[in-house]
Design a protein. Sequence first.
Length: 576
Amino acid sequence: MLTATAGDGSLLHLERRRHWWRDAVIYQVYVRSFLDSTGDGIGDLAGVRSGLPYLKKLGVDGIWLSPFYPSPQHDHGYDVADYRDVDPVYGDLGEFDRLVTDAHRLGVRVLLDIVPNHCSVEHPHFRDALAAGPGSAARARFHFADGRGPDGGEPPNNWRAMFGGPAWTRVTEPDGTPGQWYLHLFTPEQPDWNWRNPEVAEDFDGTLRFWLDRGVDGFRIDVAAGLYKHPELPDSPDPAADERARDSVNPLAWNQEEVHQVWRAWRAVCDEYAARDGRERLLVGEVSVPTAREHARYVRPDELHQAFFFDLLSAPWDAEAFHRTIDEAMRDIAGTGSTVTWVLNNHDQVRTVTRYAGGGAEGGTLGAARARAAALLMLALPGAAYVYQGEELGLPEVVDLPDDVLTDPIFRRTGSRARVRDGCRVPLPWSGHASPFGFTAAVPGAAARPWLPQPAYFAEHATDRAVADTRSSWHLYRDGLHLRRSLPQLGEGSLRWLETPPGVLAFVRGDGLVCAVNFLTEPVPSPVPHAPLLASGPCHDGVLPGSTAAWYMGDPIPEAPAGSPAEAAADLPEPR
């Protein structure tokens, strides 16, 4: 690594290494659930700051902080009332500055989550729009429109919100009469900005500069394929599809051509700051589009540096599906000159331990084994990777939260638990054998109750126990991250697939590192005859157990084994 550092490992003001982001591993911090320093049951910036040594020890290159801006919390911070401040529940600007300073001292970069598609109904600009009335300049910052029907009582079009219900809400005008409607692709508390109004772009330019001036290293961009809507707001050809998928498929409200001019402008701002001090700032987008080819258009050289490749996250536990997904990404995205940004978990998705177990219970041993194998596969792929907090602890999804504690607006809007995201947002367990597991500080007079209840089995995944157990998922991630930085074969570059039996994937990175994954439940011969450098589970020499991934150094066996995987492994000893 060529990053200029001081003797204590801190990031220097002048950074010699360019393009650090191309193979970076970033840790997503869901601030509300990371660590609570005040005893109110809600994580905060001071908690994140106290957890920095833990993240440094794990070996990540940076952190991405979920929204901590002032907000009424209808969607836990993704309804922003002020883009240039800190909500008191999370701290203040002084605490944020201390967090950035401490992170940089440890050599950890800091990315902020920015929400440009929509704001909060409590944002001053939206309040001005309500007070100003139809046809005003204030309303032109949003999508206000007259309703249909003789009395304007029907929404302006048939669009549906992705969190359930119509995408329009009618307002009461200043004179008390029923009035216009405003657009919100998520909840009524999150009105969409009108990016066709240049004032919106100017305001966000100021927001970017506000945080860049405070030392941040970049931004994760929420709903990066959104922002622009069809200028005439016509009816959707398939409005029901908007509710069937969390990521909108309405081509009239998503992935409009004009959105690319926004990312060119934001890239220019980041490049301007990099030119001043040599520190390259990162833009990574939440880009949800149907194909890898469309995804690739967002990471062209003058647009976003990265965009999350969600296809791997959504792929079923199947060797062919993983192979096809990786191939598409390497062909279409890496072909732009960018690198692929891999991700398996985040704050919106069921955790891999549960997702790969095939539904039902929290996950069990099969889901845990597959999640570990998938992690090792991801860390071996060319490009960058993002890890969601608790992933390194092997946390399963909490699937049995009572209805009365659910806070996700999807549940409020639909009455269904099918897509509710609270289960992956339960506060982290840090220590001890009972809730709050060290998450909430023992502050006199404080409730010390986490904002979402932690199940008793979280004790098995507590950080102190994981760090002490060399067989834990934490050590698998830590060792994988260490090797990723120390081995020249990993990180940026390409891969070459090896011939394997059905149900098994294997590829070569650089000069001699082989990653193999057995998607089956029975063992198969390993592609390299000797013991692995690192494995997601116990491995005998020459054997790759079921639901296991392994990294090997050395030349692979030239011929694929004959017969079926089961036949080839029939005489091999079972792993213990």
